[in-house]
Design a protein around this ligand. Structure first.
Ligand code: SAM
Length: 408
């Protein structure tokens, strides 16, 4: 018998997971609302407090966008099972996605997810047995099982059966495309399956294109965590009835809103925020950046955004100082602009090299919306350049600036 936890801490996403939440997931081809990363952070914390193992599985991995999010959220000690037909697309009955084993493996390596803790099962999901999944996890059950393979009624029901046969007592099954009009087989299969399991499994919560199913015995403890427990800031939750059982419709919060900088006392930065890999600035990065690296983070769009907490900007007694590296061919200049909340706060021609730019604190505060928790800075360049095209290494990405750090 498990004691369901009610009072436990949910850690701030940090390191590579923090960067993944802040936009790094977009570097992995696939489908995922970032707010789902907020949701799984809460579910995983609940499961850790209940003593569940750090184990997960997914049917339908594609290039790994959600799978790798689960791996990073669960941490280095986790173990996972990745099931996909990959290149054998003749076994994909309805053309939902197109797995690519090579892309999945290279994304795993790029994000430092340990390959020897993952088991890849390259089979039609209907041929995978519960024993195969459990023995791949060293005899442990699955704490989070994501169902996102073929989207027909028959596969949805069969994949839910595999998930139900392998999850731990407080495990969660996450079903993708629950209400996606393009894939009616999913909702049809889920409703048929849940009605056949009445009293055993139910929909805990759904929203942002995914449904979260658990055993009925634990479902209300999960809902309590969301509505009035440690995850209550994770979104807006509305009570509904789903397949005859109480459930919640959710709009989960983007991870950058759910985990504002400074909300975690231990992780709160002092004056300097670094935008390098593992730096405190990674969760603040919005659209337009690559994954943070050792020396900072490169913009890969002509506009790239950072959301600074208003409290962090206001804390400064002197102008905010941003250190960045511009990348322009030798001898050329290009205009670098910074706007805050849509208003221009900096505009200058820059040559290649490191620059320190100053942004007036009062001007930034004026640019922020009244009462807003964050001020969005947009860094703009006129053109992006590819280092390898100028014989500067083998980097084939189109790059703008490298953001290094911010001092307040
Ligand atoms: C919608 S994609 C999955 C998206 C992925 N979860 C993500 O995070 O982006 C569906 C995946 O299911 C795989 N698939 C299709 N039919 C399958 C089957 N019969 N057994 C296992 N995998 C299957 C496809 O190859 C594809 O990679």
């Amino acid at each position: 018998m498990v004691d369901y936890p009610t009072d436990f801490a949910i850690p701030q996403p940090s390191g590579t997971f923090g960067a993944y939440c802040a936009g790094g997931h977009r570097d992995v081809e696939g489908w995922l609302e970032p707010s789902i990363l907020t949701a799984i952070t809460g579910f995983i914390a609940f499961q850790r407090a209940a003593g569940l193992p750090a184990t997960f599985a997914e049917i339908g991995v594609h290039h790994g966008r959600f799978y790798l999010g689960l791996a990073l959220a669960m941490g280095a000690s986790s173990r996972g099972v990745a099931i996909d037909v990959f290149e054998a697309q003749h076994l994909n009955p309805d053309g939902s996605g197109k797995g690519n084993r090579q892309a999945f493996v290279s994304n795993m390596a790029r994000l430092n997810v340990a390959a020897d803790r993952q088991t890849i099962i390259a089979h039609d999901s209907r041929l995978v047995s519960p024993q195969q999944v459990i023995s791949a996890l060293g005899g442990q059950h699955v704490s989070i099982f994501s169902v996102d393979g073929a989207h027909t009624v028959e596969y949805t029901i069969s994949d839910l059966e595999l998930a139900a046969a392998t999850i731990a007592e407080c495990g969660i099954i996450i079903v993708d495309d629950l209400f996606n009009a393009r894939w009616p087989g999913v909702i049809d299969g889920v409703l048929q399956w849940l009605r056949s399991k009445a009293g055993t499994f139910e929909m805990v919560v759904y929203g942002d294109n995914k449904g979260f199913i658990a055993r009925s015995a634990v479902a209300s403890a999960y809902r309590q965590m969301l509505v009035s427990g440690p995850a209550r800031r994770f979104g807006a939750f509305h009570p509904v009835v789903f397949a005859g059982r109480p459930s919640l419709f959710a709009r989960f919060a983007d991870p950058r809103a759910a985990f504002p900088l400074g909300s975690d006392a231990e992780g709160a930065p002092e004056g300097r925020v670094d935008f390098c890999k593992g730096g405190a600035g990674a969760p603040l990065l919005g659209e337009g950046w690559a994954m943070p690296e050792k020396g900072g983070v490169w913009s890969i769009r002509r506009e790239a955004k950072v959301a600074l907490p208003t409290s962090y900007v206001a804390r400064a007694a002197t102008p905010l100082t941003i250190t960045l590296q511009a990348f322009v061919p030798d001898g050329e200049t290009q205009r670098l602009t910074v706007s805050a909340g849509g208003r221009s706060v900096f505009s200058e021609g820059v040559k290649t090299g490191v620059h320190t730019i100053m942004l007036g604190r009062e001007e930034l505060k004026r640019a922020g919306a009244q009462g807003a928790e964050r001020i969005e800075l947009t860094f703009g360049v006129e053109r992006l350049f590819i280092p390898s095209a100028f014989s500067l290494g083998s980097d084939n990405r189109e790059l703008g600036i490298r953001l290094v750090c911010c001092d307040a």
